[in-house]
Design a protein around this ligand. Sequence first.
Ligand SMILES: *Cc1c(COP(=O)(O)O)cnc(C)c1O
Ligand SMILES: [Zn+2]
Length: 546
Amino acid sequence: MSYKHIELVCVHCGHRMAYNRPMPACPQCGEDILRAEYDLEPLKYGNWLRRLDGRWHDIWRYHELLPLHDTANIVTMGEGGTPLIPAPQLGAMLGLRHLYLKDERQGPTNSFKDRQASVAISVMREMGITEAVVASTGNVAMAYAAYAARAGIKLWVFLTSLASSEKMREVALYGAEVIKVTGTYDQTKLVANRFARQKGLYEDRGIKSIAAVESMKTLAFELAEQLHGRAPDWYIQGVSGGMGPIGVAKGFEELKALGLIDRVPAIGIIQSAGCAPMVTAWKAGQPIATPVDDPATIIATLSTGNPGRAYQLLWEIMQRYGGAAESATDEEAFNAMRILARTEGISVEPATAVTFAGLFKLAQSGQIRPDDVVVVNCSGHSMPVEKHILGEQWQRELDIASASGRINLPTEGLLSALEGVHSDLNRVLIIEDNPDAARLIQRILQTRGDFAVEIARDGAEGLRRIQQEHPDLVITDIMMPRVDGFQVIEAVHNDESLRHIPIIVLTAKELTASERERLNGQIAALLQKGSSLDEKLLQNILTALN
Ligand SMILES: *Cc1c(COP(=O)(O)O)cnc(C)c1O
Ligand SMILES: [Zn+2]
């Protein structure tokens, strides 16, 4: 039942061919990246997206623009249809007013590779393929293994030894053959390719596979629906091979060709600093990336050292629609992971955390503007939390038996034991009349773990508590009713016993020259609210406390 007309077009020479079997390369010129083109005419009558109303919210909702001829071949587990979640706390921290997270953690195997697996395995079923080979850094392996199990397809999975053992075991659980390759991801792909050719098996070719790129368009279709018929200003993603953003951009292009949106978003690509060939090339203004032979990152998911043609395609897309590229170290990524988890309640895997660390930089540098509508692909879940992320101090131990010398503990003993736990914390007092702002500062602080944070709701209460509690640090607003920040600061400064306590001023008000003069010499730092707060604030706090 072929009701669709799909053609493949060579991205190099433009040669066209019908799409009805796996096509490894252009027969004219040998180019191995081919692009699927659909007959859009039948979708142009009425608003295609609005006509989808009665359909399920999975990727097959958009089957007219997916590379499968017969819907009877669909292999699905409800992938896609993930929520678009506003991130107001993180947004406030970064000075971004319209920050959204596309929560791809909610897929059947917890990453956005479920979209790819559903389309790729469905296409294999349609083409009568019963045994296949795939190379992966982890998530493709899990997703393909799960869908292949449902389709009864035997799967050989080549994983780089960098992939976490939890992920490898999950792949094995689905019944796939797991081959662990001690080497880089690029080397793993070569081994998988050789194996597939020797055994005459079908090999999924990642970015060069039509199914894989096409599947990513569904992210764009969903975003256009979730944003009520408009495209965001930015689509931001952590990038390894680059399939996601290439597919997403193509999805928006098709919607634009159908007249359903007015533009394609700018693309923000973020890579791990230890393996950032695309970011390096982008920053040097080059359309071709120099391969990284020896990726220096423990984040396996983002360890494509040689992006090949994919980067050129991305380069062209980013030239056309705008874009930005940033990299982040593993350390910065783990920090971003904690901030995201503690401000928005969202736990992501390290590759996704890299995305957020990069987002912080793009917001801070002003490349993303405060009013831009920004969508970040929350590409994968951190489960289980990998050991190196929290360090040693992630739990406080309270051994009741040894604290008291016996098991049956009087309340008094428990309280003093708890006090002992608290006493080595840095005690910070926040004076802030806006409860949301106060909670945000509290959360930012707690992303660094070792702070006991108290909140005073106005200047009078704040001053009273400073006098009684002698906190290690005060963070205060300026504009507050009755006793304002200036008065608090002056009172502290004029009191011999309090003068040593560092004060950080955090204000939304543009201070006049004379107001600045008033604060001069009395405070540790002055920060402006509404601009990006996190790193500067933490730096200032850590400096003030030392
Ligand atoms: C695959 C993957 C990426 C990178 O995706 P590409 O678009 O192929 O570069 C990022 N994050 C997660 C969680 C992934 O699984
Ligand atoms: Zn060609």
